[in-house]
Design a protein around this ligand. Structure first.
Ligand code: NDP
Length: 453
């Protein structure tokens, strides 16, 4: 065997890279990991975790209002961003420490440095040293991108949100994807006056249309000033602070801040990949096979840098499958089918499988759907609606898609997702006794299809 410094060199200390390094080291492999930013990556430092804590923070105003309807003598005061931000930063510091300790406890050698590929078995670190490894795993994730337009630098991206020293009074959010919609709801809940521009006909493109429509309606009712079919025509610095924005809908006004939530790009630039013969796709992603192997046999890639399904739990699955394949001798492809996920809008959206639109393009389906005012908020006098929807194959009776718009829909879809992944039929759902009184009981009590398609 050639004499390498390590059996595995991982580039990137996010969810995928850290998991792969730890699990590979547990097989007895000599493992090193380089990270040029904070350990934990997007999910822990500037994504899922701080975002979810901000979701919690943003919900208290409404909770306080509801509490009054339930007889409690409470009034929500003002939200103190700096108090929340210092608590948030302390929590992120703690989590970063946990990730670092996990790696150290697994005997993974950590380099706080940027790594660049030098050849198929070696990386050069920003401290000038070169390390060799039998296998190299690229798990460098992605980064938010601004649109290519004049003065785009005046806008923030999602990374910047967690660094704000104070909350803006008004904000324009551009985009209609996960990040745009989640932050529109969060910032609205924290008391920011939120305007959202989305260039398409409806937010959350690709998801079930009925669910998208309900979320958009509820976001607007909740106070988000959502403009569909709208884009920025021009943005310039406003007098004093802020940004003056002309919209394609004729709006022309100043905002304290603009957030571009216009997508993310894989971190593949200036890594020496093309020179080595690693294939890079149209969106800048590393092209891999189903075992996460690149065109260079010793180099693998997992997570957002491969732009397959850009979710933390998927990157972790890809990490586990990589270790099974390379270090345990069991070639293991990752199953990217029927992945449950949630969008943390208000109301929350939990989803698995095919939308009604995608399913009916494939085969005849029955649609079971109900929308109603949930007990808790109806009692408090709110007009919120929830939606429970099942897309059922006429031929096999299997549940092809399950879509839930409701408080805690993320928690619900995790459980419903097990049944759907197991191949449950509509009749399996019907045979399950309802848990009463809950919102999700509707999933097992819908008797008649609302549509056949
Ligand atoms: P998305 O790709 O989901 O959304 C990008 C949005 O920006 C789309 O609405 C797109 O419009 C719009 N857009 C793109 N370019 C422009 C432009 N030049 N001008 C105006 N609008 C533009 O990206 P996100 O950044 O929201 O999220 C990235 C990924 O991160 C997600 O796909 C998801 O995998 C992951 N994520 C998951 C979360 C979760 O699980 N809860 C939370 C956050 C992120 P159009 O639709 O017309 O293309």
């Amino acid at each position: 065997m050639a004499d390498f410094d390590y059996d595995l060199f991982v580039i990137g200390g996010g969810s995928g890279g850290v998991r792969a390094a730890r699990v590979a080291a547990a097989t007895g492999a000599r493992v090193a990991l380089a990270e040029d930013s904070r350990m934990g990556g997007t999910c822990v430092i500037r994504g899922c975790v701080p975002k979810k804590l901000m979701v919690f923070a943003s919900e208290y105003r409404e909770t306080c209002a509801d509490a009054r309807a339930y007889g409690w003598d409470v009034t929500a005061g003002d939200f103190d961003w700096s108090r929340f931000a210092s608590q948030l930063n302390a929590e992120l510091d703690r989590l970063e420490g946990v990730y670092r300790k996990l790696l150290q406890g697994s005997d993974v050698e950590i380099f706080d440095a940027r790594a660049r590929l030098a050849d198929a078995h070696s990386v050069t670190l920003s401290d000038g040293t070169t390390k060799t490894a039998k296998h190299i795993l690229i798990a460098t994730g992605g980064r938010p991108v601004r649109p290519d337009m004049p003065n785009a630098h005046l806008g923030m991206v999602s990374d910047d949100l967690f660094q704000m020293t104070s909350l803006p009074k008004s904000m324009l959010i551009v985009g209609g994807g996960y990040i745009a919609c989640e932050f529109a709801c969060i910032l609205n809940g924290l008391g920011v006056e939120v305007t959202q521009f989305y260039r398409g006909a409806q937010i959350l493109r690709g998801f079930d249309e009925e669910a998208r429509g309900l979320i958009a309606d509820q976001m607007q009712e909740g106070g988000v000033d959502l403009h569909l079919g709208t884009d920025i025509v021009e943005m310039t610095p406003a007098g004093g602070v802020g940004v003056q924005v002309k919209g394609s809908n004729g709006m022309d006004r100043a905002y304290d801040a603009v957030l571009f939530a216009t997508g993310r790009a894989p971190n593949t630039t200036d890594m020496g990949l093309e020179d080595l013969g690693v294939d890079i796709g149209r969106r800048g992603e590393i092209v891999v096979d189903r075992f996460s192997q690149t065109a260079v046999p010793s180099i693998y890639a997992i997570g957002d840098v491969t732009n397959r399904v850009n979710l933390t739990p998927v990157a972790i699955r890809e990490a586990m499958a990589f270790v099974e394949t390379v270090f345990k001798g069991t070639p293991t492809p990752v199953d990217h089918d029927l992945i449950p996920s949630a969008v943390f809008t208000q109301p929350e959206f939990g989803t698995i499988g095919l939308s009604e639109e995608d399913a009916r393009d494939l085969e005849p389906v029955e649609i079971y759907c109900t929308s109603f005012r949930p007990m808790r908020s109806a009692f408090a006098g709110r007009a919120d609606r929830v939606l429970m929807k099942l897309v059922v194959s006429k031929a096999t009776r299997k549940i092809l898609g399950c879509h839930i718009v409701a408080p805690n829909a993320g928690e619900m879809i995790q459980l419903a997702g097990i049944a759907v992944k197991m191949g449950a039929t509509k009749e399996d759902f019907d045979r399950t006794v309802a848990v009463h009184p809950t919102m999700s009981e509707e999933l097992v009590t819908m008797k008649t299809p609302v549509r056949m398609a």
